[in-house]
Write a protein that binds this ligand. Structure first.
Ligand code: FAD
Length: 305
């Protein structure tokens, strides 16, 4: 991979190609090792170039949105990390909103509010990008991406750009065919309806109040660590296992919301992973329930670098 940097800067400005970049700068947990290369494309052509280059040269690539649903192991990520946050235009087309994948879903819901377009109120506190939200069908308070998405522009594993209808995305609870097939989301179009500003604003204020009163937003975290087991709440199982406050290194099961693990100091990704394992084992022993992680865990162990 000696010439990867030289190859990348043929297409992408030098100041948007980083070498040995610490990923803790980009993750909401403030943990994680370094990326061999991190690129910040500003056009779809640049994204496609990087993917085709990576595929042709057998260089692994990883997609990074806002880093709000990720734990990057302390050994970091080999190959190229594609950070999409510079692709962040939001365009209004009648009652539809076309958004580049690196815009945040919070900004998108605010834009919808200012345009009096209803449907995205549920997303007003989800701190990810639109690409990350589509990838895992993000949702909150009874709404989810699948309720409002119309289509998405993606890049497949051959480097081709495809326009997917909602049906082709296979959106399900915190998962999608986009995730299963490792597609990169470039852009999404949401189909909204004309709404009443005051009603929408009141709904968003209410959801923000609920979030701020229930979630430990004052500390770094990756949101809910575990998926909801069918018919149950992960947070309740963790709480009933007396795990709130359980601390490993700098990672702690939040005392405010048992489904969150917060970074109370200098947590490492290893602290997070050890605590996740401890929570899974304890809940399994107490309730015979396997907690599956909602957060994506990627990258390498320290020793393998
Ligand atoms: P990242 O964390 O950067 O990446 C997550 C995964 O998505 C990775 O596998 C990555 O490769 C992939 N990905 C990212 N962008 C793309 C793309 N453009 N194309 C293809 N793959 C991509 N989630 C909810 O659903 N509901 C909530 O209420 C909620 N509340 C949260 C509260 C807090 C305080 C925090 C920290 C997180 C919360 N989350 C919630 C989790 C998170 O915000 C969402 O999962 C969000 O959709 C992740 O987007 P991201 O851009 O941060 O993705």
């Amino acid at each position: 991979m000696k010439n990867v940097y030289d190859d990348l800067i043929k297409m992408i400005d030098k100041d948007r190609v980083r070498v040995d970049e610490p990923l803790k700068k980009y993750t909401f947990t403030k943990t994680g090792g370094n990326a061999d290369y991190l690129v910040l494309p500003i056009t779809y052509d640049e994204v496609q170039f990087v993917i085709r280059y990576a595929l042709e040269n057998q260089v692994p690539y990883t997609i990074l949105g806002n880093g709000s649903n990720l734990i990057v192991r302390d050994g970091g990520i080999r190959g190229i990390v594609i950070n999409l946050t510079q692709l962040n235009k939001i365009e209004i087309l009648g009652t539809e909103i076309k958004v580049q994948s690196g815009a945040t879903i919070i900004e998108t819901s605010q834009k919808a509010l200012s345009e009096r377009l209803t449907g995205l109120e549920f997303a007003c506190g989800i701190p990810g990008t639109v690409g990350g939200a589509v990838y895992m069908n993000a949702g909150a308070y009874g709404g989810e991406v699948s309720d409002v998405i119309k289509s998405a522009l993606v890049i497949d594993k051959k480097g081709n750009i495809l326009n997917l209808t909602k049906e082709q995305m296979g959106l399900e609870y915190r998962n999608s065919d986009i995730a299963k097939k490792d597609y990169l989301v470039l852009e999404a179009t949401f189909d909204l309806k004309a709404g009443n500003y005051d009603e929408m604003k009141a709904k968003m204020d209410e959801l923000t109040f609920l979030r701020e009163s229930k979630q430990p937003l004052e500390l770094p975290s990756c949101g809910s660590v575990f998926k909801r087991p069918p018919g149950m709440f992960a947070g309740k199982l963790i709480q009933d296992s007396n795990l709130q406050g359980k601390t490993i290194g700098g990672a702690q099961v939040s005392t405010k919301h048992a489904g969150f693990i917060v970074n109370i100091g200098d947590a490492t990704a290893t602290d997070y992973l050890n605590l996740i394992k401890h929570v899974q084992e304890t809940v399994k022993a107490n309730f015979d329930v396997e907690l599956e992680t909602e957060v994506k865990i990627i990258g390498e162990e320290v020793s393998s670098k």
